[in-house]
Design a protein around this ligand. Structure first.
Ligand code: EPZ
Length: 451
C-alpha cells in the first residue's frame, strides 16, 4: 500500500519527515498515476469494504474536542485521511497510525488553533476543525475552503449556527476568524436553512462543549452523521435525537477519549455493486452496512440485480444486461448524490431510456462528456440528464474531474471494448482505497500506471 510504516509516534519532529515523505514521493504518485482498464467479462468473488471516508474525516476532527485519546479503527488509508492527519498534527495534536487502518489522536497537546490555506484548499472537509476548535479553545482561525469541481460548496450554515451559539465571526484574508466570548459557546436553537452534512457535523461537535442546551433542527441524517454522534456519546457527550432531523445536545465541561470503529463506506460498496451490475457475475461484499444503503440496493434490484444481505454483507448477482433506472438524488435516506455518477455509468449500457436528476450540487455532471466520448448517449438539460442505453462502449483515454466522476469512468472501462486509460486518478485516490486491487481481486483487468 502507498502508506507504509507501523504504529509509530509521529510527534512534530517527525512531521517534517512525514510531510517530505508524503509530499515528495507519494504526492508525485498521487499526481501522475493513471489506471489502464481492459474489459474482462464478469466479476466474481469477494471484496472487503473499507471504513467510510466521510465518517473518518469528521471523526478524526472530533479528536480536537478532548485532551484524552480517541482510538479509531477501520479507518481507510486515503489521501484525505493523511491530509487530515497533517492538519491535526500542524495544530499540535499527537496523531499516531499503523498506516493500515488504525489511528490514535490525542488533542491534549494542541497549541495552535490555525488551519492553514495550503491544507484546507486541498481538502474542503478541513472546515470540520472549526467547530471543535472553537468549542474547546474559545477561538479558531480556519481558511475558507474554496469551491470545488462539483459546486461552490458554501459554509454559511456552519457560520450561522456558530454565531447563534455566541461566536463572533469575521472573514479576513480568506480566513474564518471565530472567537467565543469568555472562551465558551452558549447553547442555542439553530434551524439550518438547508440540510447540510458538514454543517450538522460542525455544529454538533461545537454543541457538545457549549454551556447549556443546543437544539439543532433540519439536521442531516446521513449514516456518517449518525456515526459521528455515536462516537461523541462514547466520549461523554449528551446527545438525543441521533438519526433524526432534530438533535438536542446538553453541553458538558469536557469530553474523554474512546475507541470507535468507523462505519463501512456505503459509497465504496455501492460503487462495487454498480460494477457487477454492469459486467454481470456474482460478488459478495464483506464488512458492509446494507442498512445504510437501502435506496441504492432498491435501485439495483429495479435494474434486475438479485441482492441478498446479512448484517455485514451484501451479495449481488447479475446474469443479464441491466435495465435502465430513473435516478433523483436527495438527502438521506433517499438516493445519495455520491452514487449518481456510478449509476449513470450503469444506465449508459442498460436496456432502455433513463432520467438522472441531481438536486444536491449545481455541477455534478462532469462525467457526462467523458462518458459520451466512450460512446454513451447522454444529453443534459440543467440538472437533469437523459440517457439512452447503448450495447457497447469503446475504450478511450478519459480524464477524471472529481472523485465520483472518476469512479464512473473506471466502471465504464470495465465494459468498454478496447483499452480505457483514466487519467488524473489522484481524485480517485481521495475516496477509494486500492480500487485497482479490490476490483482486480474479482476479475477486473485494471492496472495502475505510475506517472
Ligand atoms: C458531504 O459534503 C460529503 N463530504 C460529500 O461527499 C457529499 O456529497 C455531501 O455531504 C452530500 O451528501 C464529506 O462528508 C467529507 P453538504 P458537504 O454540506 O458536507 C449546500 C464525496 O464524493 N450547503 O451536505 O460539503 C451545498 O452547497 C463528497 O465523498 C449550503 O448551502 O455537503 C450543497 O448544495 C462529495 N450551505 C448542499 O448544501 C452550507 O453551509 C449539501 O452540502 C453547507 C452546504
Amino acid at each position: 500500500p502507498p502508506f507504509s510504516g507501523c504504529l509509530l509516534p509521529t510527534p512534530l519532529t517527525a512531521l517534517s519527515y512525514n510531510r517530505a515523505h508524503f509530499s515528495s514521493k507519494n504526492f508525485r504518485e498521487l499526481t501522475m498515476d493513471k489506471l489502464k482498464i481492459i474489459a474482462n467479462g464478469k466479476l466474481n468473488g469477494e471484496i472487503t469494504v473499507s471504513g467510510a471516508k466521510n465518517a473518518a474525516l469528521p471523526l478524526m476532527c472530533a479528536g480536537l474536542l478532548t485532551s484524552g485519546t480517541l482510538r479509531l479503527k477501520n479507518v481507510p488509508m486515503l489521501a484525505d485521511v493523511k491530509t487530515t492527519q497533517k492538519l491535526l498534527q500542524g495544530m499540535g495534536a499527537r496523531v499516531m497510525t499503523d498506516n493500515i487502518s488504525e489511528f490514535e489522536i490525542n488533542g491534549g497537546t494542541v497549541n495552535n488553533t490555525h488551519a492553514p490555506y495550503d491544507l484546507v484548499s486541498t481538502m474542503r472537509a478541513s472546515i470540520l476543525v472549526l467547530g471543535p476548535t472553537l468549542a474547546r479553545f474559545g477561538k479558531a482561525e480556519v481558511s475558507l475552503p474554496g469551491g470545488c469541481a462539483i459546486g461552490s460548496r458554501p459554509v454559511d450554515q456552519h457560520l450561522k449556527g456558530l454565531e447563534a451559539m455566541g461566536a463572533q465571526i469575521t472573514i479576513e484574508h480568506g480566513y474564518v476568524k471565530a472567537v467565543a466570548p469568555q472562551g465558551k459557546l452558549q447553547g442555542a436553537r439553530v434551524v439550518m436553512d438547508v440540510v447540510t452534512v458538514g454543517g450538522t457535523e460542525n455544529l454538533l461537535m461545537a454543541a457538545t462543549l457549549a454551556e447549556g442546551v443546543t437544539t439543532l433542527e433540519n439536521c442531516a441524517v446521513e449514516p456518517e452523521v449518525v456515526d459521528l454522534a455515536e462516537c461523541l456519546v462514547k466520549m461523554g457527550a449528551k446527545i438525543s435525537g441521533i438519526g433524526t432531523s432534530t438533535m438536542i445536545v446538553e453541553g458538558v465541561n469536557e469530553l474523554h477519549g474512546c475507541e470507535h470503529s468507523v462505519v463501512p463506506d456505503r459509497i465504496e460498496a455501492g460503487t462495487f455493486l454498480c460494477a457487477v451490475a454492469m459486467t454481470g457475475g456474482k460478488v459478495t461484499l464483506r464488512h458492509a452496512a446494507p442498512k445504510t444503503m437501502e435506496a441504492v440496493l432498491d435501485k439495483l434490484t429495479e435494474a434486475g440485480a438479485i441482492i441478498t444481505t446479512g448484517d455485514d454483507w451484501i451479495t449481488i448477482e447479475m446474469q443479464q444486461r441491466p435495465k435502465a433506472v430513473n435516478i433523483r438524488t436527495a438527502v438521506h435516506p433517499a438516493f445519495p448524490t455520491d452514487m449518481q455518477a456510478q449509476f449513470m455509468a450503469m444506465n449508459v449500457v442498460a436496456e432502455g431510456v433513463s432520467k438522472v436528476t441531481e438536486t444536491i450540487f449545481e455541477n455534478r455532471f462532469m462525467h457526462v462528456p467523458e462518458l459520451n466520448r466512450m460512446g454513451a448517449n447522454i444529453s443534459v438539460d440543467g440538472h437533469t440528464a437523459l440517457l439512452t442505453g447503448v450495447e457497447t462502449l469503446s475504450g478511450a483515454t478519459v480524464m477524471a474531474t472529481d472523485l465520483r466522476a472518476s469512479a464512473s469512468l473506471v466502471l465504464a472501462g470495465l465494459v468498454a471494448s478496447g483499452e480505457t486509460i483514466v487519467d488524473r486518478i489522484y481524485h480517485l485516490d481521495r475516496g477509494y482505497e486500492y480500487i485497482e486491487k479490490k476490483l482486480g481481486g474479482v476479475g477486473a483487468k485494471i492496472e495502475r500506471i505510475r506517472g
